[in-house]
Structures are given as structure tokens and as C-alpha cells.
Design a protein around this ligand. Structure first.
Ligand SMILES: [Zn+2]
Length: 435
């Protein structure tokens, strides 16, 4: 039996309300003791966490691992390595692969590949409609039985209200959350960035806020009589925050997530001031918006309207991102950089404190995906030893060599940040360590 002692760190476990300097002892894959000044021996390894934060392993409910079908961008192996480097011990992968994750066999495929290749836990968010075409509901009860932890057609919204009503009803029956990629496709034809001053200046098709807001407004209305847990993915617009706030105040089971880029960058990041240099690493879906949207999302995080922080880790190859702006794919990688970027945008600015940040990256996504029921998202005596250690003051510059996944599409290269994951333990095994 291997015993590891993580000693002298500030243990923050929002699920149990703990925030104090303590030691944690781990034997094999379990936490066996949490307490002040635990005996140093016998221990096979003592990790000195003085000055560090010791938190439950981070959980990301929204990643794209690209396997199967686009292994040149990312694989379950490479994407989960990026996750471990970023402090994540659990990721939930989206179904927009090729083929889509829309059958129990595909859920089983991801499970099998994860068991043999992954560096952290992987769960599947399965497609709500067959082939993610938005036409015919998938066999949601079978997907749930196969282990899906959420339902989504991410990459696309379910545009038909009739289909959406059926999918919400079926998702409610199995107790999962439906996670909507909120984009009315009729309002975004030919759009590649936020509809505003910059899109007009650059002559690029504009993507209005209302394309997102309309879907949320419709779904909330549709869901009133159904009562499915409904989750808004990567919310980008100030109006969306308002709709979610109103729905929650009315007691509806609605949650929402933010992504780092929508908190730190505006449409100005697309560039093009000189008429040429459009940065395809600033091309996102939904698009980067304006300072007023950032302020609204922060207000939504501060008042508890938005409860989940995700990455929307979306790897693309250098060649794909080198295409002209309008032809390049949407999205950026995010697993390796999410924590310091959230610290910069939310903790250093006083929007929320460390315990709330950790809650939004552990117990809140665990509840969204039902993973709290198997003990994830918390540090419990006798519980699973998924632990992340963070240096809250370490300054560093994000460089290419810090990205562990296959792709490097991020506009944050060269950015100076002020917190860093130094150790990631998954089920008692150290999967990442920065010495
Ligand atoms: Zn999406």
C-alpha cells in the first residue's frame, strides 16, 4: 500500500465548507485522513504544500477531445494530458465527433479508449439527436444507461422547438441535464464574429447577441412545463445573463457556464486594424463580444446566476487556423490555461474569492453532471483521491511549451498570469507535477 501525505497546504473544499491549513493522507486511490499535523510516518512520499492551495481535482464539463474522427487535432490521450497539466482530474467530452457520440456503442467506445489511454477521468455528454442533425431524438434512455452524464448537440443548437421539447422530456426522464449550445442558425448564416463596430470595419459577417438570447428565451419557456435540468453552455451575451437570472429567480432548474475567453477578450482581439492581420485564434463560437458583456458575465458570476466555469477546449491544427478568417474553424484550446485565466479575471479583480472559484470548477460541475453522486468534486475522508495543488502566487508566461495537447490554437500565448497548477492527482496517482 502506498501512502502519500500532502502537508501544510490551505485545503479548500467548498462542498464541505472546509477552508483551513491541513494535511491530507492518501493510501492507494483513497483519502484516508484529513487533519492538522498528521503523522509524517509512515509515508512513502511527503508533498510539501506550504503556501499552496489543496483543492478537489478540477472538473471541466465542456471539452472537445476530437476522438473519433479528428485525431490530428486531439485524442483522448493528448486532450487528457492537457487536462492533467491544467489541474483537471475529470473532463466531460462533447458529442460533436465523427461519427457523433449518439449511440450507447459510442459512449462505450469513449469509455474503452479512456480506460486504456487517458490521463484523467473522461465522461461522455451524448448527442440529443441522431447524428446531431436536430431532427430525431437519439435513444436518450439507452445513452444514460451506457453512462452518458449529460445530453447536448454541442456545436449546434437544437433549432426545432418541437424536437427540443421531446429531447427535454426524454432527458428529464433519465435525470440528466440538457446542455444547450445556444445559437439560432438562421441568424448566424455567414457570420464569423460578433456583430458590431469591428465586424463592420473588417467587412466580416456579424453574429448578433440575439442569436444566443432567442434560443435561451425559447428553451426556458418550453421547459416551464417540462422541468428538465437545462444548462446554457458558454454564455457570451449580457442579455443571456439576464434571461438566466430571471429563470432562476422564478425557480426554474436553469444553470449556465462561462468560458475564460469571454471574460478576458473582446471582439477587438480579432484585430485587423492594419487591414490584414485578422487573428483566427480570436475566432470563437459564440464570438468574443464587448466590454459591457464581460461586465454582465462577471456580475452574473458574482451574484450566482452563473455557477459553472468550463473551458470549451476546442483544438484545431495550425493549418486549419491558418486559413482566411471566414474559413478558419471556431474555437481555442483551454485546458492548460483555464485556471490562471479565471484567477486573473475573477479572483484578482475581486469578483469572487478562491473558495467560490474552486466551487465553480469542482462541486458545481460535478452536480451538473451527476458526478457528486460518485464522490467527485470534493475532498472526503474515504473518498476518491482526486486532488489538485495550486500555487496561487506563481507568475509565469504562457508559452507554446506549456501546452500539452496536440493543438496550440490560443490567443493567450505570451500572456503573463499569476497562478499555476503544480500537481494533479487522479485516483491517488500523480498525473502531473511541476517541481
Ligand atoms: Zn458549443
Amino acid at each position: 500500500m502506498a501512502r502519500v501525505l500532502i502537508s501544510g497546504g490551505r485545503v479548500i473544499d467548498p462542498a464541505s465548507g472546509v477552508d483551513t491549513v491541513q494535511d491530507i493522507a492518501i493510501e492507494d486511490d483513497r483519502i484516508v485522513e484529513i487533519g492538522v499535523k498528521l503523522a509524517k510516518s509512515p509515508a512513502d512520499r511527503i508533498i510539501d504544500a506550504t503556501g499552496k492551495l489543496v483543492v478537489p481535482g478540477l472538473i471541466d464539463p465542456h471539452v472537445h477531445l476530437r476522438e473519433p474522427g479528428a485525431e490530428h487535432k486531439e485524442t483522448i490521450e493528448s486532450g487528457t494530458l492537457a487536462a492533467a497539466v491544467g489541474g483537471f482530474t475529470t473532463v466531460c467530452c462533447m458529442p460533436n465527433t465523427t461519427p457523433a457520440l449518439d449511440t450507447p456503442e459510442m459512449v462505450t467506445f469513449v469509455d474503452g479508449r479512456s480506460r486504456s489511454t487517458a490521463h484523467c477521468r473522461v465522461y461522455t455528454v451524448a448527442a440529443g439527436t441522431k447524428g446531431r442533425r436536430g431532427e430525431e431524438p437519439s435513444e436518450i434512455s439507452l445513452l444514460a444507461r451506457a453512462g452518458a452524464v449529460g445530453i447536448s448537440d454541442d456545436g449546434d443548437a437544437i433549432a426545432s422547438a418541437g424536437v427540443m421539447a421531446r429531447v427535454l422530456t426524454m432527458t428529464k426522464q433519465v435525470g440528466l441535464a440538457f446542455m444547450q449550445h445556444c445559437q439560432d442558425p438562421t441568424l448566424t448564416v455567414g457570420a464569423s464574429m460578433h456583430a458590431g463596430e469591428v465586424s463592420v470595419r473588417l467587412g466580416l459577417g456579424g453574429w448578433p447577441r440575439v442569436a444566443e438570447e432567442l434560443i435561451i428565451e425559447r428553451d426556458v419557456r418550453l421547459n416551464t412545463s417540462i422541468g428538465c435540468r437545462y444548462h446554457v453552455q458558454h454564455l457570451s451575451s449580457s442579455g443571456s445573463v439576464e434571461i438566466v437570472r430571471r429563470a432562476r429567480a422564478a425557480g426554474q432548474p436553469v444553470t449556465a457556464e462561462a468560458s475564460p475567453h469571454h471574460l478576458l477578450l473582446t471582439h477587438e482581439a480579432v484585430g485587423g486594424a492594419d487591414g490584414f492581420a485578422y487573428d483566427t485564434n480570436a475566432k470563437m463560437n459564440p464570438p468574443l463580444r464587448e466590454a459591457s458583456d464581460i461586465a454582465a458575465i462577471k456580475a452574473g458570476i458574482a451574484d450566482g446566476t452563473i455557477t459553472v466555469l468550463a473551458t470549451d477546449h476546442a483544438p484545431h491544427s495550425v493549418e486549419e487556423k491558418a486559413r482566411p478568417f471566414e474559413e478558419a474553424p471556431f474555437g481555442i484550446v483551454g485546458l492548460e490555461t483555464a485556471l490562471p485565466l479565471y484567477v486573473e479575471s475573477l479572483v484578482k479583480t475581486g469578483v469572487i474569492d478562491w473558495p467560490r472559484l474552486i466551487a465553480m470548477m469542482t462541486v458545481e460541475p460535478a452536480k451538473l453532471c451527476g458526478l457528486h453522486r460518485i464522490g467527485l468534486g470534493t475532498l472526503a475522508m474515504g473518498g476518491t483521491a482526486d486532488v489538485t495543488v495550486i500555487d496561487p502566487e506563481q507568475e509565469w508566461t504562457i508559452r507554446l511549451e506549456d501546452l500539452a495537447g496536440k493543438s496550440r490554437n490560443t490567443p493567450f500565448l505570451g500572456r503573463r498570469v499569476g497562478a499555476r497548477v503544480v500537481l494533479t492527482m487522479v485516483g491517488g496517482q500523480i498525473r502531473h507535477e511541476r517541481r
